[in-house]
Design a protein around this ligand. Structure first.
Ligand code: MOS
Length: 723
C-alpha cells in the first residue's frame, strides 16, 4: 500500500489542524457566520402542538404587530417550493399546506430584528386545529405494518436462505427472544442552525466560478450569479445544495453552501432537514437580509431526525457443539407519514455468522411521529445489539463460553454474498481483547462475584460495520509556490478529525510535510465531495486526494511551477465487487450492579478493532471511545419517551433525556490491529466513525447478565428492570 511516496504523516498522531481555531473561539460555526450587508434578521419557528390534523386557523396579528417583527410566514404567504420529488421529500415540504403529520412540525415562522423579538412573537401565534385520530405507538401486531421496498441505504428488506423453520424445530439448542429498543435522539453539541441570504435584485455582480468547482461544468461561460447562500451545519455541503437548489428553482451554481466547522452530527446532519428549508423560505421573503435560524435543543427532538424504536425477534438454533444451524431476525420499526426512512436493522445479521439457514425481515409502521433518520450506525447499532445479546443467550443455552461460541461460528466467506472477506479478523479481535481485558473463560454467569453490595460481571460482544465508499468526489491540488500546496475538496469534518487525516493523506501523497499542505473543506465552491456518512467520508475523499496528487506529480514533475493545478476524481476500485468489505471488533465490558438500587456502573470497557490502516491514532482513538461511550449510553440511559396521548417526546431536553456524562464513564479504552486492507482503497483504511458504537450496548447488557442473571431485553437497562 503506497501513496507513491515514503509514508511519513499517515499513521502518526498529528494534532487537529483546526484545533487552535476551535479552542480559541475563532472557528466559525454556522450560526456565527456574518452574511449580508446590514445586520441579520432572526427567525423563530412555531411548532404544531397536535400530532395529526390540519391547522384550521392561525392568529398572527399579535405577532405581526410586535416591535421588531418583520414578517410572519405561514402556508398562506411562505411561497411555493418547486420540486418536492413526489412524496419522498415530504419532510422538506415546509409550510406548503395546513396538514399536520406529527407534533413538533413547523406551522409558521416569525422573522424579526432580534432573536428575542422573534421568540416572543412566535409565542403569540395561536393555532386552531381540526384534529384527526393519531397513532404513535409501535406495535408488533399492528395491522398497518408493511414491507418497505428497500432498507437504508439500498438493501432488500427480506432475505431467506435454506429451511429456517425446519432447522429451528430440530435444533439441539434454540433461543427465541424479542428485544425492544426505544426512540433515541441525536444530540450533537452544536444544535441545528442555518444562516440564509437571498440576494436582492441587482445583488452581487456575476463572479467567476472557482476552478475545480463542480459548478464549472454546467455553465459554459464560467460565470455564475449566486442567488442564495446558506451557512449550514451539515455533514455534506454539496448534498445540501443538490437537495435544496431544485426546491427553490435554482440551478446549482446559483446556490452556495458553506460549512467549514460542524459541532457534531451523528447522522442528524447527513441530509438537509426542514429547518434548512425554513431558513431559505425566510430569506427569500426578505431579499438582501441574512436570516439566522437556530433550532433550540428542544426543537431538535422533533426536527433533526432520530433513531426509530425497534421490536426485534431473534431466533438462533445450534447443535450440541454450538454450531449454528439457523438464524432468524425479524424487525419492526416506525417511520413517519410524510417520508419513509427504513432502517437496515437486520442487515448486520446477514453476514455475521455461518448458519446455513438464515432469514431476515423488516416491517414498518408509518405513524404520526417525527421523521426518523440516520443516527450513528443506523441499523447496526440496534440490530447487532439484538444479535449479540441473543448470542450470549445461545452461549448460556449451550453452556459455552461466549467467545468460544463465536469462534465456532466464524464464517470463512461472507455467508450472504459468498465472497471472500477483504479481511475478517474478528477472531483475533476477540482473542486479543480477552487477553487484555482479563477475560475468564466460561459460560455467561460464570464470572459473577459479589463484593459488598455489588454484583460484578463481565460481558463480551462482537462488532461490525460495512466499508462503504461513495462515488463522485473530486479534488483539486494546487502548488502555491515555495513548496506549499493547497488541496481543495468539498468534504466535511463534523468533529471527527477528518480535516486532519485528509491533510496527512495529502502530505504523504505530495511527499511534503503536513505543515506544507493546506486542505480546504466545507464549501460548495470546492470540488464536489460526498457526504460524511456511513463511515465513508475519509475512505472516499482520501483516495480522491491520492489520485489527484498522483496526477499532479505525473503532470508537473518534481519542480512544479507556482500556480500549477490539477483536478482528479475518485478512482474505481474493482476489488469492491470481488470482496466483502467490513470492519470488525470485539467489545468487552465490566459492570457493577448495586443489589439494593439496581444501579449499573460500567467500570471498564475495552474495544479491539480491525478497521484497516489507521491514519491518525489520536483522532481514531477518540472516534472509537466516543462510539463506545455512545453505546454505553444506549445500553443504560437513552430513551425518547413518546406520550401516546399527545404524540409528544416529553423528555425533549438534556435534563430529562439522559446521555452518559463523564460521571457515568470510568475506564474506556480502544485498541486496534496493526493492518492494512489492500482491497479497501489506496490507503488501506475502512473508516471508523460508526463501528465503536456497534456491539458496545450488548457487551454492557451481557455483563449485567453475567453479574445478576437478569437478561436485559428492553433498552435502556434502567434500575427498575433490575430490582
Ligand atoms: Mo453516520 S449515522 O451515517 O452519519
Amino acid at each position: 500500500m503506497t501513496t507513491g511516496a515514503r509514508s511519513r504523516a499517515v499513521g502518526t498522531p498529528v494534532a487537529r489542524v483546526e484545533g487552535h481555531a476551535k479552542v480559541t473561539g475563532t472557528a466559525r460555526y454556522a450560526y456565527e457566520q456574518p452574511a449580508g450587508a446590514g445586520p441579520p434578521l432572526y427567525a423563530h419557528p412555531v411548532l404544531s402542538t397536535v400530532p395529526h390534523g390540519r391547522v384550521r386557523a392561525l392568529e398572527t396579528m399579535a405577532a405581526r404587530t410586535l416591535d421588531g417583527v418583520v414578517t410572519v410566514l405561514t402556508p398562506d404567504n411562505a411561497g411555493q417550493l418547486d420540486d418536492l420529488r413526489g412524496a419522498q421529500d415530504g419532510e422538506l415540504a415546509v409550510l406548503q399546506s395546513n396538514e399536520v403529520a406529527f407534533r413538533g412540525q413547523f406551522i409558521a415562522v416569525v422573522v424579526a430584528e432580534s432573536p428575542e423579538a422573534a421568540q416572543q412573537a412566535a409565542g403569540l401565534v395561536e393555532a386552531d386545529y381540526d384534529e384527526l385520530p393519531h397513532h404513535t405507538e409501535l406495535r408488533g401486531d399492528s395491522g398497518d405494518l408493511y414491507t418497505p421496498e428497500r432498507v437504508n441505504p439500498a438493501f432488500a428488506p427480506d432475505t431467506v436462505e435454506g429451511d429456517v423453520d425446519g432447522a429451528l424445530d430440530s435444533a439441539e439448542h434454540m433461543v427465541d427472544v424479542t428485544y425492544l429498543t426505544p426512540m433515541e435522539h441525536n444530540n450533537p453539541m452544536e444544535p441545528h442552525a442555518a444562516v440564509a441570504l437571498w440576494e436582492a435584485e441587482g445583488g452581487p455582480a456575476d463572479r467567476p466560478i472557482p476552478a475545480g468547482s463542480d459548478a464549472e461544468r454546467p455553465s459554459s461561460d464560467g460565470v455564475a450569479t449566486v442567488r442564495l447562500t446558506l451557512y449550514a451545519s451539515t455533514q455534506g455541503a454539496h448534498t445540501v445544495r443538490s437537495t435544496l437548489a431544485p426546491l427553490f428553482g435554482l440551478r446549482k451554481e446559483e446556490m452556495r453552501v458553506v460549512s467549514p466547522h460542524v459541532g457534531g452530527g451523528f447522522g442528524s446532519k447527513g441530509m438537509p432537514h426542514a429547518h434548512d428549508v425554513l431558513a431559505v423560505l425566510c430569506a427569500r421573503a426578505v431579499p438582501g437580509r441574512a436570516v439566522k435560524l437556530a433550532l433550540t435543543r428542544q426543537q431538535t427532538f422533533s426536527l433533526a431526525g432520530h433513531r426509530t424504536p425497534t421490536l426485534q425477534r431473534l431466533r438462533l438454533a445450534a447443535d450440541s457443539t454450538g454450531r449454528m444451524a439457523a438464524v432468524a431476525h425479524e424487525v419492526t420499526e416506525h417511520t413517519s407519514t410524510v417520508k419513509e426512512f427504513a432502517e437496515q436493522t437486520a442487515c448486520g445479521t446477514r453476514m455475521m455468522y455461518a448458519a446455513p439457514n438464515r432469514r431476515t425481515a423488516h416491517r414498518l409502521a408509518a405513524l404520526n411521529v417525527p421523521v426518523p433518520s440516520w443516527m450513528r450506525a443506523p441499523g447496526e447499532a440496534p440490530g447487532i445489539f439484538a444479535l449479540e445479546t441473543a448470542m450470549d443467550e445461545l452461549a448460556s443455552a449451550c453452556e459455552l463460553d461466549p467467545i468460544e461460541l463465536r469462534l465456532r461460528n466464524d464464517p470463512p466467506l461472507d455467508p450472504e454474498s459468498g465472497k471472500p472477506w477483504s479481511g475478517r479478523r474478528l477472531v483475533e479481535c476477540l482473542r486479543q481483547g480477552a487477553r487484555r481485558f482479563g477475560w475468564q473463560e466460561g459460560p455467561p454467569g460464570s464470572r459473577r462475584r459479589r463484593e459488598g453490595d455489588q454484583l460484578v460481571g463481565m460481558g463480551v460482544a462482537a462488532s461490525t460495520y460495512p466499508c462503504y465508499t461513495s462515488p463522485g468526489s473530486r479534488a483539486l491540488v494546487r502548488h502555491d509556490g515555495t513548496e506549499h500546496y493547497t488541496v481543495r475538496i468539498g468534504a466535511a469534518d463534523i468533529g471527527t478529525g477528518t480535516w486532519t487525516t485528509l491533510t496527512q493523506i495529502a502530505a504523504d501523497a505530495l511527499d511534503r510535510p503536513v505543515e506544507a499542505v493546506t486542505v480546504e473543506i466545507g464549501d460548495t465552491d470546492l470540488p464536489h465531495a460526498t457526504v460524511a456518512g456511513g463511515s465513508s467520508g475519509m475512505a472516499s475523499w482520501g483516495p480522491t486526494i491520492v489520485a489527484t496528487a498522483r496526477r499532479f506529480r505525473t503532470e508537473h514533475g518534481q519542480q512544479p511551477a507556482a500556480g500549477a493545478v490539477m483536478t482528479g476524481e475518485l478512482p474505481d476500485n474493482p476489488d469492491a465487487e470481488q470482496f466483502a468489505l467490513h470492519s470488525f471488533g470485539a467489545q468487552f465490558a465490566e459492570v457493577r450492579v448495586d443489589v439494593d438500587t439496581g444501579e449499573v456502573r460500567v467500570t471498564r470497557m475495552l474495544g479491539v478493532f480491525s478497521a484497516g490502516r489507521i491514519i491518525n491514532p489520536r483522532t481514531a482513538r477518540s472516534q472509537f471511545i466516543g462510539g463506545m461511550t455512545m453505546g454505553l449510553s444506549m445500553a443504560l440511559h437513552e430513551h425518547g419517551v413518546l406520550d401516546h396521548r399527545t404524540g409528544h417526546v416529553v423528555n425533549h431536553d438534556l435534563a430529562s433525556y439522559h446521555i452518559a456524562a463523564h460521571a457515568d464513564i470510568a475506564d474506556v479504552e480502544a485498541e486496534w490491529l496493526e493492518e492494512t486492507d489492500p482491497h479497501a482503497n489506496t490507503m488501506g483504511s475502512r473508516g471508523i466513525g460508526e463501528i465503536g458504537i456497534v456491539g458496545a450496548p450488548a457487551a454492557v447488557v451481557n455483563a449485567v447478565y453475567d453479574a445478576t442473571g437478569i437478561r436485559g431485553r428492553s433498552l435502556p437497562l434502567t434500575p427498575d428492570k433490575l430490582v
